[in-house]
Design a protein around this ligand. Structure first.
Ligand SMILES: O=C(O)CCC(=O)C(=O)O
Length: 246
């Protein structure tokens, strides 16, 4: 689990790296599931309406090394707001950056966070995720098209390993980049959580039946289908566990 210094880093910078959230065995299971889903569903971008049909992906939203960090932020009032994967083939082409915020509501205490889980080591060739540390704190002018697609002064690349996760405050400016390798597949998962009282972002609120079958109370809460109780006052787990940052 993250300690006080890590949470402090997250508040200051708007992102934090968490190592080994998938051990080797789980990395293998999730990698296989990723490839099967891509083949079956025919998409390089799959969202929650697809991922939540598949057991390995359903289980992942409650995987403690991931979820425990979200409970630290949002307590038991944690909701899964979106869930996607993105695939890039080798020799891909496109602009160098794609800067954006996932949710334009700045501040050092997040309303929502994206947990980006990597299925391969990330280096300059395969195209790391970039963040602009501290950019989550304030409102800012929209970026021009040119700014959106170019490297930025102060940007930091997340050179993480397969099975690691980067948690970003959804207001931090960040960017994916292009897979320039000849032979490697860029496969990442984006598990996007936030407060339970946030509305989910899309009109189609259906959840696949597979993720509802034998669902635990916790899973139903994560899916926004079961109220976790009083919404007025609640304590994030980080505070309950003696951290003073949240
Ligand atoms: O793939 C990445 O490295 C980041 C992509 C991203 O931020 C997004 O699609 O929201």
């Amino acid at each position: 689990m993250l300690n006080n210094d890590d949470w402090q880093f997250f508040r200051e910078n708007g992102y934090v790296i968490i190592k080994n959230v998938l051990d080797k065995k789980l990395l293998d299971v999730i990698g296989k599931s990723f490839d099967e889903i891509r083949a079956a569903e025919g998409g390089d971008h799959c969202n929650q309406h697809i991922l939540l049909k598949y057991k390995a992906m359903i289980d992942l939203i409650e995987h403690p090394p991931i979820l425990d960090h979200m409970l630290a932020l949002y307590g038991s009032r944690t909701q899964l707001l979106q869930y996607d994967f993105l695939y890039q083939p080798p020799n891909n082409e496109g602009p160098e950056r794609g800067w954006h915020r996932d949710f334009s509501f700045p501040g050092d205490t997040p309303l929502s966070t994206n947990c980006i889980v990597y299925l391969q080591d990330m280096d300059d060739e395969i195209g790391p995720t970039y963040v602009l540390p501290g950019s989550h704190k304030a409102w800012r002018e929209p970026l021009s098209d040119e700014e959106k697609h170019a490297p930025m002064e102060g940007e930091v690349a997340a050179y993480v390993k397969a099975g690691d996760m980067v948690v970003i405050n959804s207001a931090v400016l960040h960017s994916g980049t292009i897979n320039k390798t000849n032979d490697k597949h860029r496969r990442n998962l984006y598990i996007y959580y936030g407060h339970w009282w946030l509305k989910r972002y899309e009109p189609n609120q259906d959840r696949p039946w597979q993720c509802l079958e034998n669902a635990s109370e916790q899973r139903l809460q994560l899916l926004g289908l079961k109220s976790p109780g009083d919404m007025h006052m609640y304590t994030p787990d980080a505070l309950r566990n003696g951290n003073d940052q949240y």
